[in-house]
Design a protein around this ligand. Structure first.
Ligand code: AMP
Length: 508
């Protein structure tokens, strides 16, 4: 049997090729037949350029239906798809092209000159354009190609995609995902989240990342149903489309922004059956407020580029705020201490995962790959977390965000939760900054509310509020008040930027 992921997805497409797949902001509709034909033409084009199965197809393009079809065409033709954040500039592109050596680079017209220069240097033979409206030389070149294409036979172990990790420290690593990895996670999520006939997903996530490209699109395609395919999160568009959708997937910031709109409420969500959140921690406060305002309990899940989703709160059972739920079927999880043995309930340790969804390794980094797996095949996620008595997992942060002060471990989340609960605080990020005596000093960067409570907040008040609640070594030595925290496209707070910025603060 052909284990190409595209064959697996297509075997679930609706019998009627006129069934809608993507509904666009301007009202145009892509049908499942359109997807089959357009991906067939593009697959034929890719093969006609001389690319061979296993070659990489890199794409730095905006989110459009054509961009999604390019992904499907690449895997259909047996190529390895490599999506790149459109925000990447010269240095990043130079690194990715040299590292992954794609046979084809699809770029935006405004990046063409740079793309040609870097492609020539990296030995990338073909550069072609796809613009932000889904037009360009890629589409023109594919147009005369036949619609039909026999999907290339792949095994579960063959590579389907390489996604570069956000790389907050050191070099960004290319996580290699196989057809089997992606199919396994797609099937698991589709079943676990009870996708059903007639579902309509509101898709506002970017498609260069695991959340928007794999989690959201695969569930929809496997379900053979429709999605509102929006270029990005936009509050007004979300308010308009949510009443027509049954499923919404978002990063926590989307939920925060919905709650900031007084018009958002039960009526907005009248047809929704499932809200999913992930990619960054969802504050318990947001979880609670969302439930009160909308009548819906957000389902939070946890995963990463290196394997898709690992855990999920239950669909039917209790969804517990502040937790990421249980291991998904087919994913084994263990949480271990520094000595490698399993921790007890309530004790924070390193999260390790194993399963058919867990990636094959880092592209061109066999050494690094070996380091990140245990002898018995578990992947060390780099996330810290704990079990509760009912086997719900709580994430405490990344191990590299752990602050070690005077030899004692401090988990930023414990302090962030206390600060966030103070009147006048929007949110906070706790980091370790170099300190001559302690090695690292616990430091807090705090966003104030724009109201009298926020204005009244001082560094000293925050420090004294935490004293007495927590052991002294956990009390921030330095507090910085700011207007906002730096975040990446997936809503993750970029602590590396904060560490860099505040390490050099003259007032320290
Ligand atoms: P990425 O590979 O960009 O998807 O980032 C994965 C990382 O995001 C994980 O290793 C976690 O640190 C973090 N993450 C994902 N989902 C959650 C969640 N629900 N709660 C807390 N952190 C999360």
């Amino acid at each position: 049997m052909n284990q190409n992921l595209y064959s697996f997805l297509a075997s679930h497409f609706p019998k009627n090729p006129a069934a809608p797949s993507m509904i666009l902001p301007d009202g145009r509709v892509w049908t499942y037949g359109d997807i089959e034909r357009a991906s067939g033409r593009m697959a034929n084009l890719i093969v006609s350029l001389g690319l061979r199965p296993g070659d990489r197809v890199a794409a730095q393009v905006e989110k459009t239906p054509e961009a999604l079809v390019l992904y499907l065409a690449a895997i259909r033709a047996g190529m390895v798809f490599l999506p790149l954040n459109p925000a990447y500039q010269r240095q990043e592109l130079d690194y990715f092209l040299n590292d992954a050596t794609p046979g084809l680079f699809v770029c935006r017209p405004q990046m063409r000159a740079l793309a040609d220069e870097l492609a020539a240097k990296a030995g990338v033979p073909h550069v072609i354009e796809l613009d932000d409206d889904g037009r360009g030389s890629l589409i023109a070149a594919a147009a005369p190609q036949p619609d039909g294409f026999d999907t290339i036979v792949r095994t579960t172990a063959d590579l389907a995609a390489i996604l570069y990790t956000s790389g907050t420290t050191g070099r960004s690593k290319g996580a290699m995902l196989s057809h089997g990895n992606l199919a396994h996670n797609a099937q698991t999520l589709h079943a676990y989240w009870h996708f059903q006939p007639g579902d309509v997903l509101l898709h506002m996530l970017p498609t260069f990342h695991v959340h928007g490209l794999f989690v959201a699109c695969h569930c929809v395609l496997l379900n053979g149903s429709a999605m509102f395919f929006e270029p990005k999160f936009d509050l007004a568009r979300a308010m308009k489309l949510l009443p027509q959708a049954t499923v919404f997937m978002g990063v926590p910031t989307y939920y925060v922004r919905l709650l900031l709109n007084p018009a958002f409420g039960r009526d907005t969500c009248r047809n929704i059956r499932l809200f999913v959140a992930g990619s960054a921690p969802l504050l318990k406060e947001t979880f609670d407020e969302f439930r009160a305002r909308s009548g819906h309990t957000i389902l939070e899940r946890y995963g990463m580029t290196e394997g898709g989703m690992f855990t999920s709160n239950p669909y039917d059972g209790e969804r517990r705020g502040g937790t990421v739920g249980h291991p998904l079927p087919g994913t084994a999880i263990r949480i271990v201490g520094a000595d490698g043995t399993a921790v007890r309930t309530g004790v924070v340790g390193n999260i390790q995962v194993k399963g058919d969804n867990v990636f094959v390794g880092y592209w061109g980094m066999p050494e690094k790959t070996r380091e990140e797996f245990t002898a018995d095949g578990f992947f060390k996620t780099g996330d810290m977390g704990s079990w509760d008595a009912d086997f719900y997992i709580t994430i405490s942060g990344r191990s590299k965000d752990l602050v070690i002060t005077g030899g004692l471990n401090v988990y930023p989340k414990e302090i962030e939760e206390l600060i966030d609960a103070m009147p006048g605080v929007v949110e906070s990020a706790v980091i370790g900054l170099p300190h001559p005596d302690f090695g690292e000093a616990v430091s807090a960067v705090v966003v104030r509310q724009k109201n009298p409570a926020g204005a009244a907040l001082t560094e000293a008040a925050i420090i004294s509020a935490i004293k007495g609640q927590l052991a002294n070594f956990k009390v921030p030595k330095w507090v910085y008040l700011v207007d906002q925290l730096p975040r990446n496209a997936m809503g993750k707070v970029q602590k590396s930027i904060l560490r860099q910025q505040y390490s050099a603060m003259p007032d320290r």
